[in-house]
Design a protein around this ligand. Structure first.
Ligand SMILES: C[S@@+](CC[C@H](N)C(=O)[O-])C[C@H]1O[C@@H](n2cnc3c(N)ncnc32)[C@H](O)[C@@H]1O
Length: 215
């Protein structure tokens, strides 16, 4: 896997995953590109501000499931997948994605973005990070930082948003990397967007494997 390490690969995440050995990844992040949330909010007239979002490659449910199956295969036992989900998947459930995997939901973090987003009814200020663990489930020895709160407030800078409209909070990602891995462990992000996880991994002296089809 040496040729995949510490690079901003521009390939399909599923093609990347196929090149990774079983049970070799210490921590995975997956941030799918949902169209669903925008459809359900009934935006038809997104206007100039939203055009950037619609240029992104959307993922069908079957594609997301295929990613999760592969992540399950490459992840080590008792290690974690950090999965970003929207509010509709939070409420309606993601169990179909977990069929045929050894992954189980073990926790949830709400990210308070500290600024008001879109919405015809309420305005969106939060996103959700599901924490899944590959069986066998084990808390002891798999989670080092004991004061990560399940509501995490962190603003994204305008520069980060310029890089990608869905950039995720680096402070939270760094805390999770530090909590769930050791130095030189391998962290995966197969739909990496702005490669914010890569930046965090470098800072924490871990190894990165990840790609984005477009960025
Ligand atoms: C929600 S964004 C990820 C944002 C990222 N977490 C960050 O902090 O910048 C999802 C990304 O998935 C990418 N994508 C969509 N389909 C893909 C595929 N098949 N393989 C790899 N990347 C894909 C999109 O180009 C988009 O940049």
């Amino acid at each position: 896997m040496k040729h995949l390490i510490n690079k901003k690969l521009k390939i399909d995440g599923l093609d990347l995953l196929k090149q990774i050995q079983d049970n070799s990844i210490d921590l995975a992040f997956f941030d799918p590109q949902y169209r669903g949330v925008l459809d359900k909010m009934k935006y038809g007239n997104e206007g100039e501000r939203q055009k950037g979002r619609f240029r992104l490659i959307q993922m069908e449910e079957s594609k997301i499931k295929a990613f999760i199956l592969e992540i399950d295969r490459v992840l080590k036992n008792s290690h974690y997948l950090m999965l970003w989900i929207d509010k509709f998947h939070l409420c309606e459930g993601i169990y179909p994605w977990l069929l045929d995997t050894k992954l189980q939901i073990v926790d949830l973090i709400i990210w308070d973005k500290g600024k008001m987003g879109m919405g015809y009814r309420t305005r969106k200020q939060s996103e959700y990070l599901l924490i899944l663990q590959k069986k066998p489930l084990r808390a002891k020895g798999t989670w080092k930082i004991r004061n990560i709160r399940d509501i995490w407030s962190e603003k994204i800078s305008p520069q980060e948003l310029k890089l990608h409209p869905h950039s995720k909070p680096k402070g939270l990602q760094k805390a999770l990397i530090e909590s769930c891995t050791d130095i030189n462990d391998i962290v995966l992000d197969p739909a990496a967007g702005s490669f914010s996880v890569f930046d965090c991994v470098k800072e924490k002296n871990r190894i990165f494997i990840g790609s984005d089809k477009r960025y």
